[in-house]
Design a protein around this ligand. Structure first.
Ligand code: PGA
Length: 249
């Protein structure tokens, strides 16, 4: 039985004081526990200390913290980058790998994403691997081909533990969510592919991301292969994020 997993991707938003208020609010509202759901928060790097501090001791294991990116190398001359060891040292237990905004803004290749997955695992972080097709790829009928290429590459080293986030690029930040049926079709495809790649497919959490809101989360989570959410815009308001957690658990 897969436990629901709900993650907040703050992207490049919030300042320290706002992050602290957010954490206190969520912590207070989850004081009775997060239900069945596991929760992860992905703040930008300068916010990691304040978020780790504010969430410390909050139902251990219930609200985890992760980095939005990491460099594949353990240390060295990489100005502006952050290592897996630094994320772990800042209280992270998760790392996003291959978010489409990294692929788009920083030209991250499938091969680089795979190296990031390996780096995360070397330092005890669980990678959350993001994959998804663009609008043009979907319209060209290439969705499954793109997902297969991205997933095969990301799992080339046969990682021991990870979560997958299916995030159709056309749905991210656009308000145009995939319908539950469209998302389920992709998730079912990915679960079959995970099995073909020798993974214990039934145990791996496959999250949906792309314009998830308190209003559309229930329809999506009702699908058999949707195990939770990676939430961007709607996660910035802790009450909306809480509603999505409650719906998922
Ligand atoms: P969104 O972002 O919820 O704002 O669409 C999701 C994501 O990029 O992880």
């Amino acid at each position: 039985m897969r436990r629901p997993l709900v993650a907040a991707n703050w992207k490049m938003n919030l300042l320290q004081a706002e992050a602290a208020v957010w954490c206190r609010s969520l912590r207070r509202d989850l004081a009775g526990g997060s239900g069945a759901a596991r929760v992860v928060v992905f703040p930008s790097f300068p916010l990691l200390p304040v978020v780790s501090r504010e969430l410390a001791g909050s139902h251990p294991g219930d609200i985890a913290v992760g980095g939005q990116d990491l460099h594949p190398n353990d240390k060295g001359a990489h100005t502006g980058d952050v290592s897996a060891a630094q994320l772990a040292d800042a209280g992270c237990t998760w790392a996003l790998c291959g978010h489409s905004e990294r692929r788009r803004d920083h030209g991250e290749s499938d091969e680089l994403v795979e190296k990031k997955v390996e780096a995360a695992l070397r330092h005890g972080l669980t990678p959350m691997i993001c994959i998804g097709e663009t609008r043009d790829e979907r319209h060209a009928g290439r969705t499954f081909e793109v997902l297969e290429r991205q997933l095969r590459a990301a799992l080339a080293s046969r990682p021991s533990a990870f979560a997958l986030a299916y995030e159709p690029v056309w749905a991210i930040g656009t308000g145009e969510t995939a319908t539950p049926e469209t998302a389920q079709e992709a998730h079912a495809f990915l679960r079959r592919l995970l099995g073909d790649l020798g993974q214990t497919a039934e145990e791996i959490s496959i999250l949906y991301g792309g314009s998830v809101t308190p209003d559309n989360a229930a329809g999506l989570i009702a699908q058999p292969d949707i195990d939770g959410f990676l939430v961007g815009g709607a996660s910035l308001d802790p009450r909306n994020f809480l509603t999505i957690i409650r719906v998922s658990g």
